[in-house]
Design a protein around this ligand. Structure first.
Ligand code: SAM
Length: 235
């Protein structure tokens, strides 16, 4: 799978992409990530990517032309993208189901805004969708694009150590994940649940399912309601 990121701060993206699960996936050739400096797609001497907003107001707006030129470059040098995602606080709220959907694509492009945001025509005439990583405003789309890519990469077959680990995690079945414990078995007077050391795998599985349901009910009533509704629907 191929990801391309368009940003004015390519240096912000390199280090996080070189480490951990994503870094290993790149090193093993399971994914390819292209980083494109938006300023390379300007045509003026000062490589300007922003301009004053029509109608006045504070801050600068990112110009449309460099984004269109960057995507055209990606199209001709990296192949036709299946999705062009504008990172935006007013986009659809990113969730597990979006990651699962995006990894069915072969090529996904992420566009990172800065300043007051991006000329609306990028959203309406270039991006195929806009995604937000939450109801808060970041200084730029780079951290959002990294979060989106990280969540997607974990779902690509072969990326995680064990094939099962991505599938068992929080949200994949509509529930939060069960709690984890490691040694020591007693820490500051707090013992781990006995069932985890009993050696009965069926009982451990049942306990984990019950705990996943309990935690979801207690911590995320919204997810719990959706999970129950799904369980009620005929398959
Ligand atoms: N003026 C905009 C507003 O009030 O909605 C905020 C612009 S923000 C400072 C600059 C860029 O950061 C955005 O164009 C977007 O690319 C990115 N960004 C900020 N918050 C984000 C979020 N929650 N999710 C995804 N991208 C975000």
């Amino acid at each position: 799978m191929q990801f391309d990121i368009v940003s004015i701060f390519p240096g912000m993206l390199r280090a996080p992409l070189a480490e951990g699960v994503v870094g290993r996936a790149i090193a093993r050739g399971l994914i390819d990530v292209g980083i494109h400096d938006l300023r390379d797609f300007t045509t003026d001497r000062h490589r300007v990517v922003d301009d004053m907003p029509f109608g006045g107001g504070p801050g600068m707006v990112m110009k449309p032309e460099p984004f269109f030129a960057a995507v055209e470059f990606i199209r001709s040098h990296r192949g036709e993208p299946d999705a062009i995602v504008l990172t935006s606080p007013d986009g659809d709220r990113f969730a597990h189901r979006d990651a699962a959907r995006l990894v069915t694509a072969r090529r996904v492009v992420f566009l990172c805004g800065r300043y007051e945001g991006v000329d609306e025509r990028v959203r309406t005439h270039l991006a195929t969708e806009a995604l937000s990583i939450g109801d808060y405003v970041l200084s730029g789309g780079e951290i959002a694009a990294l979060a989106l890519i990280d969540a997607c990469v974990r779902l690509i077959p072969g990326v995680m150590g064990k094939e099962a680990s991505g599938a068992e995690e929080s949200f994949s079945e509509g529930l939060l994940e069960y709690p984890h414990f490691t040694r020591p078995a007693v820490f500051e007077g707090q013992p781990i649940p006995d069932i985890l050391t009993g050696g009965d795998h069926a009982k451990v599985r049942a306990w984990r399912q019950a705990e996943a349901e309990r935690l979801t009910r207690e911590r995320r009533p919204d997810l719990w309601a959706a999970y129950q509704n799904r369980a009620k629907k005929p398959k």
